[in-house]
Design a protein around this ligand. Structure first.
Ligand code: UDX
Length: 427
C-alpha cells in the first residue's frame, strides 16, 4: 500500500528524524529549510547533527527524501506539512514563535493542505495560528497539533516506538490523516482538541524535569544523612505509581527541551495570571545542582585557584553533540571564576563546545585531559568515559579526586585505583 507523502518544514533534530522515520515507513518526504548551507549538505548526504543511526537511515532512504529551500515541491506533492522549526526561549522566558509565524506567512491559501505542528509551542498557539490564517484569507488550511516526544541520542528508536501519539484537531480530514500516517507504529493515539495536545507536551516535559529536580533534592538530603540516593531511587522506582525512569540524580537536566519547556510553561501560567510555584523550584534546584560540584571540589581541594580540573564529557547527555543548556557550561564558567584551570574532553561535542566555553582547554583523549589534574568530574556519562581504566587515570592525574556527576561510575573500581570517589547523594 502506498503511503501518503509528507512535507517537513525545518530540518533540525525533530524534523530530520521525523523525515527519516516516515521515509522508512514508505512515504516520499519533502523537506524544506531556510538554511541553504544545511540543505546543500543534506543533499550531499551530510548530516549536520550527531544522532546514532540517522546518517545510515538518511542514506538508505535517499530516494524518498527530497531537500529544498523552496516550499513549492512540498506543497505540490504533500497535503500534510509537518512543522518542526525551532522555538527557542526569549529573554522573557516565552517561546520565540517567529520561525513558526514565518511558516504560516509563507503558506498559500489552500483547502487541501494541513499544518501539523511538531514544534513545541505554548498552549494557545494553535488558536493564534488559525486566527492568523483566517485574517490572511487562508482559513481553509487545516491545523493539527501533534507534539513530538523523541529524545536526542535515541531519537530514531523513539520515533519507531512512541509510547503514544497525541493528535489535537478540531475535526475534519487532517487529524484522521495524521492518525493514519502514524498508524503503522502501533502506538496508542490520543485524539483530543488542539489546546490539550499542546498542553500534553509541556506538562509531560515539566513533569519529567520535576522528577529529576525531586531526586536531586533527595540526593542532597542523602548527602547530609548518610543514605545512598541510588539505592533510594531503586527502592522508589519499583513502585508502579512512581516508575524508575528519570530518577537518576546528577548535575541537573540540560538540553534543548527541559529547561526551555519548564520556563515556557511557568511563563505561560504567569501570563495568564497563575503563579506556578512548583516549576520555579524545579528551575532553581536545577541551577543550584550544576553549581554544587564546586563545593564538593573545595571540600577536598580547599581553594580552587590554579587547580587543574578535568571535565570528562561536556555534551548535555551522551550520544549527542548538543550543547544547549549543558550543565558543563555553567560548571566550567563557575570553575574558571574560582580561578581553576579547566581541561575538558568530549568524544563528539568538542567542536560545538569550544566556542561556548572560552578559557577551557580541550584535549583529544580523556587521559590527556586528566594529565596532571587535581580532580576529575564526570559530566556526561559517555560509555567510553564510564568504562575508563581508572588505574591509568590515577597514573595520569596529579591529584586523586573523582567527582561522579552522573552516578554512573563503579565506586569500587575508582577506589581500587587509589582514587577518592565522590558521587551525587552517595555516602
Ligand atoms: C527530552 C524529553 O525526554 C523528550 O521527550 C522531549 O521530546 C525532548 O526533551 P532530551 O532532552 O533529548 O529529551 O533528553 P532526556 O534523555 O530526556 O534528558 C534530558 C536531561 O535530563 C539530560 O540532561 C539528562 O542528563 C537529564 N536527566 C535525565 C537526569 O539528570 N536524570 C534522569 O533521570 C534523566
Amino acid at each position: 500500500m502506498s503511503r501518503a507523502p509528507v512535507g517537513v518544514i525545518g530540518t533540525g533534530y525533530v524534523g530530520l528524524v521525523t523525515a527519516a522515520g516516515f521515509a522508512e515507513l514508505g512515504s516520499e518526504v519533502w523537506c524544506v529549510d531556510v538554511d541553504e548551507a544545511k540543505i546543500a549538505a543534506l543533499r550531499a548526504g551530510q548530516i549536520p547533527i550527531h544522532e546514532p543511526g540517522l546518517e545510515e537511515v538518511v542514506a538508505e532512504q535517499r530516494d524518498r527524501l527530497h531537500f529544498s529551500t523552496d516550499l513549492g515541491p512540498a506543497l505540490e506533492h504533500a497535503r500534510l506539512l509537518l512543522v518542526a522549526v525551532g522555538t527557542p526561549p526569549t529573554y522573557s522566558g516565552d517561546a520565540d514563535l517567529s520561525a513558526v509565524l514565518a511558516v504560516v506567512d509563507s503558506l498559500p491559501a489552500s483547502d487541501r493542505h494541513a499544518l501539523v505542528m511538531k514544534s513545541t509551542v505554548p498552549v494557545g498557539t494553535g488558536t493564534t495560528v488559525r486566527r492568523l490564517l483566517a485574517d490572511q484569507g487562508k482559513g481553509e488550511l487545516a491545523y493539527v497539533s501533534c507534539p513530538e516526544f523523541l529524545r536526542e541520542g535515541s531519537a530514531l528508536r523513539d520515533f519507531r516506538h512512541p509510547d503514544r501519539v497525541v493528535i489535537g484537531d478540531d475535526g475534519g480530514w487532517a487529524g484522521d490523516a495524521v492518525a493514519e500516517l502514524y498508524a503503522p507504529l502501533g502506538a496508542p493515539a490520543i485524539r483530543t482538541d488542539v489546546s490539550s495536545a499542546e498542553m500534553v507536551k509541556l506538562a509531560s516535559n515539566a513533569f519529567l524535569a520535576t522528577k529529576i529536580s525531586f531526586i536531586n533534592e533527595i540526593a542532597n538530603v542523602c548527602e547530609e544523612t548518610g543514605a545512598d540516593v541510588v539505592e533510594v531511587a531503586r527502592g522508589m522506582g519499583l513502585d508502579g505509581r512512581i516508575g524508575s525512569s528519570f530518577l537518576h540524580a546528577g548535575l541537573g537536566f540540560g538540553g534543548s527541551c527541559f529547561p526551555k519547556d519548564v520556563s515556557a510553561l511557568k511563563q505561560l501560567a504567569g501570563n495568564s495570571g497563575y503563579h506556578f510555584q512548583l516549576l520555579g523550584a524545579v528551575i532553581e534546584v536545577n541551577e543550584l545542582q550544576k553549581r554544587r560540584v564546586v563545593a564538593k571540589l573545595e571540600k577536598h581541594l580547599g581553594h580552587l585557584v590554579g587547580r587543574r580540573i578535568a571535565l570528562l564529557g561536556v555534551a548535555f547527555k551522551p550520544d549527542t553533540d548538543d550543547m544547549r543548556e549543558a550543565s558543563s557550561l555553567v560548571l566550567s564558567a563557575r570553575l574558571l571564576a574560582e580561578g581553576a584551570r579547566v581541561h575538558a574532553y568530549d568524544p563528539v561535542a568538542e567542536e560545538r563546545a569550544r566556542e561556548l566555553m572560552p578559557g577551557v582547554e580541550f584535549s583529544q583523549t580523556a587521559l590527556d585531559a586528566l594529565a596532571g589534574a587535581d580532580a576529575a568530574v564526570l559530566v556526561t556519562e559517555w560509555p567510553e568515559l564510564v568504562g575508563l581504566d581508572w588505574s591509568r587515570a590515577a597514573e595520569a592525574m596529579g591529584g586523586s579526586l573523582v567527582v561522579d556527576g552522573r552516578n554512573a561510575l563503579d565506586p569500587g573500581a575508582v577506589r581500587a585505583a587509589g582514587l577518592t570517589y565522590e558521587g551525587i547523594g552517595r555516602p
